[in-house]
Design a protein around this ligand. Structure first.
Ligand SMILES: *[C@@H]1O[C@H](CO)[C@@H](O)[C@H](O)[C@H]1NC(C)=O
Length: 275
């Protein structure tokens, strides 16, 4: 399951779209950098990345889609195989990309964006294990049932429309019991392998890899997030207070206002409590 590469196609598209004729028109400005693969110019390399990634990721996405819409072990195996092919390509492109530094800000940025896909473990056994564990986690989410109900659409609809406290709480806990304990150990394995992949790609860990994707360095990103959080916090607190008050009118303040000040999650209409 190429879940880690969900935006790979868009990166490839960006690379394709963003390579302007002028990038090809200025070969004289390219520095003589060490490279032993490819045609030698960073512009040509980036063009190659764009085209090969589009076709390779298309195959992997198609296999992933067949699995996501038809969960069988054959389709999982096919999705894993397609991802391994894509991984091999990514690893070789990343190795080649490290021989370039780029001349223009545009080229440097594209090389940086490409490096963000360095979350693939070098070892094929680890790649296979990572892909398998992702596939197994997806399968648990898609096939788990609580009292015969699937997450989509049954339980999702129930959370959105049901108003009875006990029914909501039962669905909330029930769904977690049929998924969480099964996912827990797989997720630990996933996190370990994912960190190995990030490390093999030149990052401290997966968190550092994620934080590198915002056109600023990781430390700046953390402090930027702190600033943004400080800005939205007053609004968040007011909203929280308002929602808690309204739910208190329906369910009784003593049930909604826990000692911790948190709103019970099963009342918020969604399993992921986003709205
Ligand atoms: C689901 O996948 C299997 C292969 O595992 C295939 O034989 C079957 O035709 C597929 N079903 C649908 C509805 O596509």
């Amino acid at each position: 399951m190429p879940l880690k590469h969900t935006s790979l196609l868009s990166l490839a598209t960006l690379l394709l779209a963003a390579i302007t004729p002028s990038a090809f028109a200025a070969p004289a400005q390219l520095p003589l950098l060490p490279h032993n693969v490819g045609s030698g110019s960073v512009a040509a390399f980036l063009e190659k990345v764009g085209s090969v990634l589009v076709s390779a990721s298309k195959l992997a996405y198609e296999a992933e889609w067949r699995y996501a819409t038809n969960i069988t072990s054959d389709n999982q195996e096919a999705a894993t195989e397609a991802e391994l092919v894509l991984n091999e390509l990514i690893i070789s492109l990343l190795a080649e990309s490290r021989t370039y530094t780029g001349t223009t800000p545009d080229e440097k940025r594209k090389l940086h964006l490409l490096s963000l896909y360095g979350g693939v473990p070098t070892s094929t056994a680890d790649q296979r294990a990572l892909s398998t564990v992702q596939g197994e986690m997806s399968a648990i989410y898609s096939t788990a049932r609580y009292k015969g109900l699937a997450l989509e659409p049954d339980l999702t609809e129930l959370m959105a429309t049901e108003r009875e406290w006990d029914v909501l709480l039962d669905a909330w806990l029930g769904w977690r019991h049929v998924t969480g304990p099964h996912l827990k150990y797989l997720y630990t394995t996933f996190a370990t392998l994912s960190n190995i992949g990030a490390h093999d790609g030149g990052f401290a860990d997966t968190g550092a890899q994620w934080r590198a994707g915002y056109d600023m360095d990781g430390a700046a990103f953390i402090s930027h997030m702190e600033d943004v959080w400080e800005q939205v916090l007053p609004l968040y607190e007011q909203l929280h207070c308002y929602v808690r008050g309204k739910l208190g009118e329906v369910y009784g303040e003593e049930r909604v206002d826990g000692k911790d000040g948190l709103i019970p999650a099963h009342l918020l209409g969604k399993f992921r409590v986003r709205q």
